[in-house]
Ligand binder design. Structure first.
Ligand SMILES: NC(=O)C1=CN([C@@H]2O[C@H](COP(=O)(O)OP(=O)(O)OC[C@H]3O[C@@H](n4cnc5c(N)ncnc54)[C@H](O)[C@@H]3O)[C@@H](O)[C@H]2O)C=CC1
Ligand SMILES: O=C(O)[C@H]1O[C@H](OP(=O)(O)OP(=O)(O)OC[C@H]2O[C@@H](n3ccc(=O)[nH]c3=O)[C@H](O)[C@@H]2O)[C@H](O)[C@@H](O)[C@@H]1O
Length: 461
């Protein structure tokens, strides 16, 4: 018999903690869930009466928060109280790439995870199940266990690994109907307690239980495999551009082989997002730390190919615009790392903009969901130039037509659906001639644009 969970605490109210726990609250109205965060502004936004102001944009999320918030879903900054009251604690804090000391630029920074463990150890008075929801290096549970077991307060902690596989933009759909739920652990009762929660809406056949280390490593491996597919097709896109092959046709042709499969074969300006690069760097670091040089180098190539793709896209713009973009206005449509999200972490747009700004281009950005503040913060973070210069060279506007007005070229960086339905004739009429479009997402219709007299360049054609 497994323990019945009545109260859950989730530490970290970010892109994972917020949507994941909202869905658990929706599906399990009998469980009281408190999501806590040390970022008071973020918690205030989750509690905002106007659902438009939630800190995470995901289709379907507002409706779920509207239903569960105040019933069995709460957002709070009182971390100690939530830890104290919970039977089960999810840790969903950020695990960014380390930017200091040993492993700088490669290893995952586990300081936030360790802080959580120490806080839980200091607060807990009765037995708790701890669930690793964050993506962690394999064997992190051993470190957590050591911290928790050495508190001397007699509390039993059971650690489970339950990595999250949701993709941004489709988070709610992925959570409600996951391909699988993965639970790694050692204690059967703790595993059963978590299985029982998911079993409220996920078919038992899709709930996979493994040992702790397989679960931790599967998450890094899944992201590495997904990113590898994108880098593989992007490498072929470069070859398509030289040979007259069309990368979409190649994707379709290979994807119809059921052994290869059709998904995740869309060539692009490069993958972004907070996790692919971070998780592969982490995998590479772990492999190196075990002396597995060949393994490390194999996975490192996935990142090198992604960097090459972003550089190649920018180089193509410069070359096509008669080898200079100095003083030329380039309109960026899209800044988010993919459509249907306001997340810009590691977005290809940031790096393409940076290359073009080094060539003294002037960039005007329109993205339906990303704020000007976020765009400047992304550029400032690179430290390539002063923040005044970034503001001078980059303008952020509220409509696509403003962005494209008087531009030498339009670059499509995100595959927002709305870009397809713009009045492209109007855009062309506003632009300098010849009017160039560089489609980093293969989103627009070549024939339509060429009929309007655009010079149209798409990745992989
Ligand atoms: N973003 C995504 O789509 C996915 C992310 N993941 C993983 O989930 C984890 C979380 O990612 P995100 O939600 O994107 O990060 P995030 O940065 O959006 O949210 C993390 C939150 O944790 C809070 N936090 C950090 N330390 C804390 C502490 N000691 N006490 C209280 N709050 C604390 C931060 O203030 C922040 O609001 C990462 O390990 C990531 O790799 C996994 C699957 C998908
Ligand atoms: O660990 C994570 O953070 C998550 O990372 C990815 O999810 P996410 O980064 O949100 O979005 P994806 O749909 O995977 O897209 C990642 C990037 O790859 C690009 N991509 C994706 C697919 C494709 O065919 N081509 C392509 O260029 C996207 O445009 C985007 O920039 C994984 O898909 C999730 O399973 C995982 O949980």
């Amino acid at each position: 018999m497994s323990k019945t969970i009545k109260k859950i605490c989730c530490i970290g109210a970010g892109y994972v903690g917020g949507p994941t726990m909202s869905v658990v609250a929706k599906q399990c109205p009998h469980i009281e869930i408190t999501i806590v965060d040390m970022n008071a502004e973020r918690i205030a936004a989750w509690n905002d009466e106007n659902l438009e102001n939630l800190p995470v944009y995901e289709p379907g999320l507002q409706e779920i928060v509207a239903e569960a918030r105040g019933r069995n879903l709460f957002f709070s900054t009182d971390i100690n109280k939530a830890i104290d009251e919970a039977d089960m604690i999810f840790i969903s804090v950020n695990t960014p790439t380390k930017n200091y000391g040993k492993g700088k630029g490669m290893a995952a920074d586990l300081k936030y995870i360790e802080l959580c463990a120490r806080q839980i150890a200091s607060v807990a008075k009765d037995d708790k199940i701890l669930v690793e929801k964050s993506t962690l290096p394999v064997r992190t549970a051993a470190a957590l266990k050591s911290i928790l077991d050495n508190t001397g307060n007699g509390v039993n902690f059971h650690i489970l690994s339950n990595p999250e596989f949701l993709a941004e933009g489709t988070a709610i759909q992925d959570l409600i109907n996951p391909d699988r739920v993965l639970i790694g652990g050692e204690n059967e009762e703790a595993i059963a307690a978590l299985v029982n929660i998911y079993a409220h809406w996920v078919d038992q056949s899709k709930i996979l239980t493994t040992n702790l280390w397989s679960s931790e490593l599967s998450k890094l491996t899944a992201n590495a495999f997904l990113a590898q597919r994108v880098s593989s097709i992007n490498s072929i896109s470069a070859l398509c551009e030289k040979t007259g092959a069309n990368v979409d046709e190649v994707s379709k042709a290979i994807g119809m082989d059921t052994r290869i499969g059709a998904k995740f074969l869309k060539a692009s300006v490069g993958f972004g997002g907070s996790c692919f690069q971070k998780d592969i760097l982490n995998l590479v670091y772990i492999a190196r730390s075990y002396g597995l040089t060949e393994v490390a180098e194999y996975w490192d190539q996935v990142i090198l190919m992604n960097d090459y793709q972003k550089q190649r896209f920018a180089d193509n713009i410069i070359q096509t615009l008669y080898n200079t973009v100095s003083g030329k206005k380039i309109a960026f449509l899209g800044w988010a790392f993919k459509k249907d999200t306001n997340d810009t972490r590691e977005s290809a747009a940031i790096y393409v903009a940076d290359y073009l700004l080094n060539e003294q281009a002037e960039i005007t950005v329109y993205d339906p969901k990303v704020s000007a503040e976020r765009i400047y913060a992304d550029l400032d973070y690179l430290n390539t130039r002063s923040s005044e210069e970034n503001r001078l060279l980059v303008k952020v506007v509220n409509t696509p037509y403003e962005a494209c007005d008087d531009a030498h070229a339009v670059a499509i960086l995100t595959e927002w659906d709305e870009f397809k339905s713009y009045d492209w004739k109007k855009i062309k009429d506003q632009m300098k001639k010849p009017a160039f479009v560089f489609d980093g997402r293969k989103l627009l219709n070549r024939k339509q644009l060429e009929d309007l007299d655009f010079k149209y360049y798409a990745i992989g054609e």
